[in-house]
Design a protein around this ligand. Structure first.
Ligand code: WTA
Length: 670
């Protein structure tokens, strides 16, 4: 494995940045590690202590039950709770009733640069809207606990209302990113067996109206389980409505009493809150199931620890609800804590590159959860963009989604946080439900290192191991594993929706004889025990922090008439972290051309998603494969990057060096 680096920058393992002005507690690494070790030894009781801080309808009988499929556990079995009750009712019944829960800003601006539309909802108002929406779902469509629904929505307040209303009824939902195509939407809805789809007529992106209803109509042709759609009017444009199937939300709400109340359903702790489809190593995306109780406990703990959220804070995470970050740290986490969240509809650089900084200034954002890609994009726009805004309200910054290169970390720390804010890089994934490895300024702030994720959170045992599952020496690259169950992990009944075998083989078969959860990431542990995640070690791509599978892009390509075979690999990109490139073998009768290259790119954009468009398309006569038919991806990457073949061949099982070398040379010539 090559030298540890992130985007070509070497990692400052020994640098330690302290923040004497941080009003929370600080800790030296040694004593903090002793504290962590105790929490890991007694992880069940430590998690139970945290669970006790939340209001349950009924307390659990046992903290952790290991009786399902080999690695599917029940956390807080016997406990009853409801997430919308946690996120709304308890706040609306307290002094937080008139506190602003949600601030929404639409993308369009007037000549002065001010947003044309801003909506604010207090906890009392959000609860009212959620009750009314839940009333529609329950009384008009008969949805009840255990039913399934799908959500395909832009970032509008109704999206948050939708998730909370589903949680209120115990209806398991799946959100599909509004940048995915109709095929992605229909396959997810069908896999889950959703009966109702909540969507919108469209939204604004970079000044253009993006229409959604046409896409959902196409998706519905392939998703017979869906009997009804509810359409939120965001744009107010004409859209095709199928009688009896499609309903505008505003029409449905007309029949609902202003003060309608729908009691939050007391669901079992292991009741599936949602299923989120995410890209794995092979095949189609699979649905990761998240429970209710364990998930709530993890979110509560990490909101306190990683974000130090308090009354008075304005919290902003610009993630889309289509990704797990939007579920955990836009919608549920901060609202469980009674925070004020911001959601913004549009692009970060529209109409001017300073839009994000204007938002931070406008609302006095104090807690900011950003991404490395956004940071690098902003660095390119230049510091003046930032300097014309007053960012003094900020007091804490976290990053997520991909490794952060040290210079991007420094830019956040120095320029955005003015050297007063802790800056961290929270490592986690769709499967973990919430943050697993991070600095925790709300608990104890340990010295920061530019680019590091840090130590695992209390109760979580993580390590970096070699192929055999043995802990590697400090500074050496290996595979990241989680060694104990954690609350928020993929939940009952099967971890992966409808596919317990794949759940077991994808995550738990890599290190036989252990119970290690294989994360799929390369990582390095330094001498202080800090973990530095360095990128994916499998066929998953992180493009601008978005998780995509090579298989999904390849399938989109080969659905084009001209393509017989395709291989997609990721190459480093200075802004997006990595981008996909495609090698395509054409069918007989089709010739490589610039036109065809552009057409293939467009095909992926329209057929799968704009974020998946290959940055380069190479036409080749054949793909290098191992004898068992596996594509030699590392070799493709080496060719694309113009790198020497190096030890590539030895990394591809079953392939002789000679064969690999020949394939490499042939490809280079082409
Ligand atoms: C990557 C996103 C380095 C990692 C929450 C992981 C990170 C994948 C970080 C999961 C980070 C996420 N530093 N890498 N702070 N956060 N990753 O499921 O490769 O969309 O496996 O969840 O993102 O992506 P997912």
């Amino acid at each position: 494995m090559s030298e540890p680096e992130i985007l070509g920058e070497s990692l400052p393992f020994d640098e330690k940045i302290e923040l004497p002005g941080w009003p929370g507690q600080s800790a030296d690494i040694g004593s903090y590690k002793a504290f962590l070790e105790e929490s890991v030894r007694n992880y069940e009781s430590r998690w139970a202590d945290i669970a006790k801080e939340l209001p349950w309808f009924r307390t659990w009988d046992s903290v952790l039950t290991r009786e399902r499929h080999p690695h599917v556990y029940t956390w807080f079995g016997g406990g009853l709770l409801n997430l919308s009750h946690l996120a709304l009712d308890r706040h609306a019944a307290s002094s937080r009733r008139d506190k602003v829960a949600l601030i929404w800003e639409g993308e369009p601006t007037d000549e002065s640069g001010a947003p044309k539309e801003v909506r604010k909802l207090t906890y009392g108002e959000l609860l009212r809207d959620v009750n009314r929406f839940a009333h529609v779902l329950k009384h008009r469509f008969g949805l009840k606990k255990g039913d399934k629904m799908a959500v395909y929505m832009p970032l509008v307040p109704e999206a948050i209302v939708t998730l909370l209303a589903a949680a209120r009824l115990g209806v398991t939902f799946t959100v599909v990113f509004s940048g995915f195509s109709s095929e992605s939407l229909s396959s997810r809805m069908s896999d889950l067996g959703a009966t109702v789809l909540i969507t919108a007529d469209g939204f604004y992106r970079r000044g253009k109206a993006v229409l959604l209803k046409g896409i959902t109509d196409k998706a519905l042709e392939q998703a017979p389980s869906v009997k009804h759609t509810i359409v939120v009017k965001r744009l107010g444009v004409d859209c095709p409505m199928t009688q009896g199937r499609d309903h505008f939300l505003e029409d449905l709400l007309q029949g609902v009493p202003e003060l309608a109340e729908v009691q939050p359903e007391a669901v079992e702790s292991d009741h599936p809150l949602y299923v989120l489809y995410t890209s794995g190593t092979t095949g189609k995306p699979k649905g990761i199931i998240h429970d209710t109780g364990g998930y709530a406990v993890l979110l509560h703990a990490t909101m306190k620890w990683a974000f130090d959220l308090r009354d008075g804070d304005i919290y902003w995470c610009p993630a889309d609800i289509g990704w797990v970050t939007g579920h955990s740290y836009v919608a549920f986490g901060p609202l469980i804590e009674g925070g004020t969240i911001i959601i913004y509809e549009g692009a970060l650089d529209f109409p001017h590159p300073d839009r994000w900084w204007a938002i931070i200034e406008r609302y006095g954002v104090s807690l900011f959860y950003t991404t490395p890609t956004a940071t690098r994009a902003q660095m390119k726009f230049g510091d003046d963009n930032v300097k014309k805004h007053d960012l003094s309200s900020l007091r804490l910054i976290q990053s997520v989604g991909e490794p952060i290169n040290p210079s991007a970390w420094r830019w956040l720390f120095e320029l955005i946080g003015g050297k007063r804010c802790p800056v961290g890089s929270t490592w986690w994934m769709t499967e973990t439900g919430g943050i697993m490895i991070s600095n925790l300024p709300g608990l104890k702030l340990t010295p920061m290192k530019p680019g590091a994720n840090g130590l695992p959170i209390p109760g979580v045992r993580a390590d970096v191991v070699d192929e055999a599952g043995t802990s590697v020496a400090p500074g050496k690259k290996g595979f990241l594993v989680l060694q104990n169950p954690w609350p928020g992990m993929p939940g009952p009944p099967t971890g992966m929706y409808g596919d317990p075998d794949r759940f077991e083989s994808q995550y738990f078969s890599r290190f036989p004889g252990t119970d290690y959860f294989f994360c799929g990431d390369y990582a390095i542990k330094d001498r202080d025990g800090y973990i530095w995640v360095a990128g994916r070690a499998d066929e998953v791509l992180k493009v601008a922090g978005h998780r995509l599978g090579t298989y999904e892009i390849e399938s989109a390509i080969v659905s084009h008439v001209s393509a017989s075979e395709a291989a997609v690999v990721a190459v480093p990109d200075a802004v997006k972290g990595e981008v996909p490139i495609a090698f395509v073998v054409l069918k007989q009768g089709h010739e490589p051309s610039e036109e065809l290259r552009l057409e293939v790119k467009k095909w992926v954009r329209d057929g799968f998603s704009p974020i998946a468009e290959p940055s380069k398309v190479f036409f080749v006569s054949k793909l290098p494969k191992t004898r068992s038919g596996k594509i030699m991806r590392r070799l493709l990457r080496a060719v694309a990057e113009g790198k020497p073949m190096g030890d590539v061949a030895t990394l591809e099982d079953e392939t002789s060096i000679e064969e690999a070398r020949r394939a490499y040379e042939d490809l280079k010539v082409e």
